[in-house]
Design a protein. Structure first.
Length: 225
């Protein structure tokens, strides 16, 4: 069966995200998938293969939902409920963006089917402050066929929006969506999902066939090459 899009959702639960922020974030994520426009986009697109995990420190990447094939409104609703009902795994760890990106890259090797496009959807409210940075992750892991988009919650210093635009996003058509506060997370995620599902001509036509060579041994290194 054809698969137009494989999507990895990487959700920030670092210490800057308090309990109220977390609830708003997960509720907004579930509501974005419940939205009629998003559901219609998924169905008309021919389906989406999606997985989700929480991330914070170097060793804190915890699955929320394993790879799930969404093709019908019922399947999308079940997935939305799983996201909205997730229980937070960690509270007190810093922001290890490079490690989160490395973990996201590995997930595509676990996907149950090959898809025409691969997208990492990483959200956060701050810059990397532990472990190797995003640029090292991009050297250590295979992102050849992968686009990385960001959803940034504004307000921190240094400015995470500028950081994501300059350092985090990657690949054809990559973009940053912003939310003014965690209360705006759901609306921002809806906009982001609609753009990711629709894709773009460059992403669809990007050459394939480059073998994956993920560097597992580098994942725990402080100074990834």
């Amino acid at each position: 069966m054809a698969c137009p899009l494989a999507l990895v959702l990487a959700i920030d639960v670092s210490s800057s995200v308090d309990a109220s922020d977390y609830r708003l974030q997960m509720r907004g994520l579930g509501e974005a998938f419940e939205d009629r426009e998003v559901v219609d986009a998924i169905v008309s697109n021919g389906g989406v293969l999606v997985t989700a995990f929480e991330w914070s420190g170097r060793n804190q990447q915890v699955p929320i939902a394993d790879w799930t094939w969404l093709e019908t409104p019922a399947a999308v609703q079940t997935f939305a409920d799983r996201l909205a009902g997730a229980s937070r795994s960690h509270y007190r760890f810093p922001t290890a963006l490079g490690y989160a990106l490395g973990h996201a890259a590995i997930q595509f090797n676990r996907a149950p089917r090959a898809c025409a496009r691969q997208v990492v959807d990483i959200s956060g409210d701050g810059v990397n402050n532990e472990g190797f940075p995003p640029e090292s992750a991009y050297r250590a892991f295979d992102f050849t066929r992968t686009t990385v988009n960001g959803l940034v919650i504004r307000g921190a210093d240094p400015d995470p929006v500028a950081y994501y635009r300059e350092t985090v996003i990657r690949g054809p058509g990559a973009f940053v969506e912003t939310a003014e506060t965690f209360s705006d997370y759901g609306a921002a995620m809806k906009r982001k999902l609609l753009r990711e599902i629709a894709g773009n001509a460059f992403a669809r036509n990007k050459p394939q066939g480059v073998p994956r060579a993920l560097a597992y041994r580098q994942f725990r290194r402080e100074d990834a090459p």
